[in-house]
Design a protein around this ligand. Structure first.
Ligand SMILES: NC(=O)c1ccc[n+]([C@@H]2O[C@H](COP(=O)([O-])OP(=O)(O)OC[C@H]3O[C@@H](n4cnc5c(N)ncnc54)[C@H](OP(=O)(O)O)[C@@H]3O)[C@@H](O)[C@H]2O)c1
Length: 426
């Protein structure tokens, strides 16, 4: 029944991030993307199509009578990206997963509920999925089938986030470090000395911005990246080689670079704090650590230890994984309900023609079959007949509709859900 729903996908589960890029529609231009997707839909005879591309997932959800065999999958992805034709013969089939029918709906639900994510419980994918849907809708690729599947998907994902604890307890070291910092009640006026301007410190600076910590100086090997963070925060940017000459004070030091030797040595830290030996917070997110052990041992610092945070992140992830089973049970139940919702929708679509068909029969009877006899009737008899015909028309239209609604009610009662497919409130 749901067999026309199909998914072709490449994810972090089968493929590394660099190779996933091979399966993306290769363009950054939205108009070009729209044109290419429309062309794919037409040339492969899909009824509807939705496309999602993130750094660890590419997904094509489509409906139609296509057979998902390996020759179709190969030719489809070679159309998505012609460069794939140069890859070894098995490259496409080794990386692509396919789902059909119930399994496709199940997979869609798992994606939205972040059960299938690289970082289980991160809701970002839910937002990306909804955005992808909206985008494909504006491209004219979506019809009623994907619309009802996505509507159900959004409801299921919200239910999973509300009724399981899958998204609770942070698994990001950066967010855990920031939370630890907040526990120390650092005022928003505190001066931050940030060393390194890579992705990790960039993320850290986003937390700072969100919580209104803007008093910062950023040191980095190359000035450009430090300037980018400083631009966001409204702080100052300096080259790393200038750090030893920094004379202003600081309250919090955040260090994270890819250097393999400590950058904040005992000597440098001593120089930076001068005679003021008061307690400062030092966060080192680098691996290996960029703050020398002797700094922690010889100065009054509240040291936020990356190893402890990593351990906590691991424990939190284990907790989230424990919630996955609950989410899966809920998802399986909802897939069963979607089958019924889909069937209901099909009957509604078939029924939507009934009123027009009855009107056509009536017009045909009046204008052709009984025309001569009707023309001979006096006005009073004609008026009565017209009113009877209108009455019959309305009643005839309502008979199948009422029968259909009764049948739905019965089916839904048996399944324990309301007419929108939601579980009955107890
Ligand atoms: N514990 C965790 O879970 C976790 C999570 C994420 C990251 N990390 C660690 O964080 C560190 C940085 O990660 P990232 O994602 O921010 O990396 P990234 O985006 O690649 O940035 C690397 C940063 O390090 C600087 N850098 C590289 N080599 C350096 C050197 N020899 N001396 C001084 N600066 C140097 C770079 O400066 P330029 O801009 O001048 O190149 C840049 O600011 C790594 O040690 C990584 O292992 C740990």
């Amino acid at each position: 029944m749901l067999k026309n729903y199909k998914i072709l996908t490449v994810t972090h589960k089968t493929t590394n991030t660099e190779d996933i890029a091979d399966f993306i529609v290769p363009t950054d231009d939205k108009t070009e993307l729209s044109n290419r997707l429309v062309k794919l839909k037409e040339s492969f005879g899909f009824d509807e199509l939705m496309y999602l591309a993130t750094c660890n997932r590419v997904l094509f959800l489509f409906t139609g009578k296509i057979q998902l065999d390996s020759s179709f999958i190969t030719s489809f992805f070679q159309s998505v990206n012609p460069n794939l034709a140069q890859q070894p013969k098995m490259y496409i089939s080794e990386n692509v997963q396919s789902f059909q029918g119930n399994k496709a709906i199940h997979h869609l639900y798992e994606i939205a509920a972040s059960v299938d994510s690289m970082v289980v419980g991160e809701r970002e994918i839910f937002r990306q999925l909804r955005e992808a849907y909206e985008e494909c809708r504006t491209y004219g690729l979506i019809g009623d089938n994907i619309r009802i599947a996505m509507r159900a998907t959004v409801e299921v994902a919200k239910e999973v986030y509300a009724h399981t604890r899958i998204g609770e307890k942070s698994v990001s070291v950066v967010s855990l470090a920031f939370r630890k910092l907040q526990e120390s009640n650092v005022p928003t006026s505190a001066r931050f000395l940030i060393v390194g301007a890579g992705k990790t410190n960039e993320l850290f600076s986003k937390f700072m911005l969100k919580h209104d910590y803007r008093n910062a100086v950023i040191f980095n090997r190359s000035l450009g990246k430090a300037e980018a963070i400083a631009g966001e925060l409204g702080g100052e940017a300096c080259v790393l080689s200038e750090l030893e000459n920094y004379e202003d004070d600081f309250d919090v030091m955040v260090v994270c670079t890819a250097a393999v030797e400590p950058i904040i040595t005992r000597h440098l830290y001593g120089k930076l704090i001068g005679k003021d030996g008061r307690r400062r917070i030092v966060i080192d997110l680098s691996l290996p650590n960029n703050v020398c052990r002797q700094v922690v041992e010889n100065f009054d610092v509240e040291y936020i230890d990356i190893e402890k945070l990593r351990q906590l992140a691991k424990e939190n992830m284990a907790f989230r994984m424990g919630e996955v089973e609950k989410a899966r049970q809920l998802i399986s139940k909802r897939v069963e309900e979607f089958k019924m919702r889909f069937r209901q929708r099909q009957i509604e679509r078939a029924m939507s023609d009934v009123p027009t068909q009855i009107k056509t029969i009536k017009s045909h009877a009046v204008e052709h079959v009984f025309k001569n006899e009707l023309d001979k009737l006096d006005p009073e008899a004609r008026d009565l007949l017209d009113r009877m015909m209108d009455y019959m028309e309305k009643r005839c239209i309502s008979i199948p509709m009422v029968a259909m609604k009764d049948a739905y009610r019965k089916l839904h009662r048996q399944a324990g859900i309301d007419m929108d497919g939601n579980p009955h409130k107890k």
